[in-house]
Each structure stands twice: as C-alpha cells, then as structure tokens.
Design a protein around this ligand. Structure first.
Ligand SMILES: Cc1cc2nc3c(=O)[nH]c(=O)nc-3n(C[C@H](O)[C@H](O)[C@H](O)COP(=O)(O)O)c2cc1C
Length: 238
C-alpha cells in the first residue's frame, strides 16, 4: 500500500490549473491503487504561518528542554512533518508566482525544514554539515505558468526560481533530484492554441507518470502484481 500526500498551493480554487493536474493525478492513482492512503494538505486555502522568533527559538531548543509553550509553537510543524514522513509519494500542485513559489508553499517548507527532524547539522562533516534525515520518497510537481520557456535551455530558464528551489529543498522531504517528476502547463496568459496544447500534453504526461510510478514504487509493486507483470525491463531498473 502506498501513502500519497496531496498538496495544493494555488490561491485559486475552481479555475486553478495546477489543482486540475494534481486532482487528475490523485484520481488516477486512486483508481489504480484502491487501497492507497491519501493525506490531504491544502496550503492555498489554509497557508501555514510564517516563521517567528518564538518558532526559531523552539525549533533550536533540544526537545527535552522545550517548555509547553515551545511545544505548542511547534505543534503544526510536527503535524506537517508527520505527513511528509508517512508519505511514499508527494504530489504537489503549484503555480509559479512572481517567478518563484507561492509564499504559502515557502511557509510550508519553512515549517518542514527542522533540525533533528528532517535534517541533521554537524560541523564534523566539514563544508557540507547538513544531511537529510528522510529518504526514498518521490515528488511529483504539477505546475502552471502564465508565460513559457522556463525549462532548461528555454527563453526564460534564467527566470525560473520555482523548479530549482523545489529541487534544492527536496532534501528536507526525503527526495533526491532524480526522483522529482515535473509536469507544467505553460502559456496560460496567452490563452491561444499553444495553451490548449500545453494542457493536453500535461494531462497526457500525468497519465503516463501514474503508470511509471506505479511500477517504480516498491510498495505499490507489492500491491499491484498485475501492473508489475506488465512492466518493461527499463522500468524495472529504475
Ligand atoms: C500573483 C500571480 C503571480 C504570477 N506570476 C507569474 C510569473 O511570475 N510567471 C508566469 O509565467 N506566470 C505568473 N502568473 C500566472 C500563473 O502562473 C498562472 O495563472 C497559473 O495558471 C496559476 O496557477 P493556478 O492556475 O493553479 O492558479 C502569476 C499569477 C498570479 C495570480
């Protein structure tokens, strides 16, 4: 059985394209894995609070020395980390806002990145003292952008502060770069045939990803022997 954490970060609801992609993914996943557990976190509708001085003080106080007030301050962070910890697969619907991530998503990352929980810090490791505590998860990033050309080599690649930021902070989620799967709708602000094609391509890619990940995740492999039997040798070695 897989556990999927479904996150949305768009402030829009019905008209949101990133929500449309993430809903499609989760719907398809549910169909193929009826026993999957789905954890829901809607950051667009309920953004976590920004960090505060009290939060930082609590997070950097050893657990045994925390006051009741400090424990209360970290309660939401504890819940959000537990959701990530439980997940095999994180599905993130995320718009590009001002060339980066929505502030609600950044606030969530700030709540998740916690010493002793999602990373350790040790100067004995020299110039790279941070090591992730979690591992082995896949992250599906389902995005939407008004403009276009944000892919590596694209005309706006240098303005893309969303995908690289997600990739770097993936270490706090237990995700390595090769296990981040990105699908993005572009051209939303142009509303032309390129936009229509981009939506169709993205939806097709979501369907394909559901199939590929069903093969690649060891838990779902056990849950779906018929899918496992049909998989290619290339997929087997992922
Ligand atoms: C506040 C805001 C900022 C945006 N900034 C950008 C941007 O920097 N680059 C871009 O290509 N599109 C930008 N857009 C367009 C959105 O990325 C696009 O509308 C996308 O579809 C939003 O995601 P959603 O449909 O899931 O809400 C912005 C939209 C909003 C509302």
């Amino acid at each position: 059985m897989t556990t999927l954490l479904h996150i949305d970060a768009s402030a829009r609801t019905k008209r949101s394209l990133s929500r449309r992609l993430s809903s499609l993914f989760v719907e398809q996943w549910r169909q193929q894995h009826p026993d999957a557990e789905i954890i829901r976190r809607d950051l667009g509708l309920a953004p976590p609070p920004h960090m505060s001085e009290a939060w930082i003080a609590a997070a950097f106080t050893p657990p045994a020395e925390r006051s009741t007030e400090m424990r209360d301050t970290l309660a939401l962070s504890d819940t959000l980390i537990a959701e990530v910890r439980a997940a095999d697969l994180i599905v993130l619907g995320v718009p590009m806002y001002n060339y980066g991530m929505p502030s609600a998503l950044k606030a969530w990352v700030d709540q998740i990145a916690r010493v002793g929980e999602t990373f350790s810090f040790d100067l004995a490791r020299g110039d790279f003292p941070i090591e992730p505590e979690l591992s082995g998860k896949h992250l599906v990033v389902l995005s939407s952008r008004g403009e276009f050309g944000f892919q590596p080599g694209g005309v706006r690649a240098a303005s893309n502060h969303l995908d690289p930021h997600i990739a770097t902070t993936g270490q706090y989620l237990g995700v390595v770069r090769k296990d981040i799967h990105l699908v993005a709708i572009e051209y939303q602000e142009f509303g032309d045939e390129r936009f229509a094609r981009s939506i169709a391509d993205a939806e097709q890619r979501v369907h394909a990803l559901v199939r590929e990940l069903a093969i690649g995740l060891p838990h779902s492999l056990r849950a779906s022997p018929s899918l496992a039997a049909g998989m290619s040798s290339a997929a087997r070695s992922r």
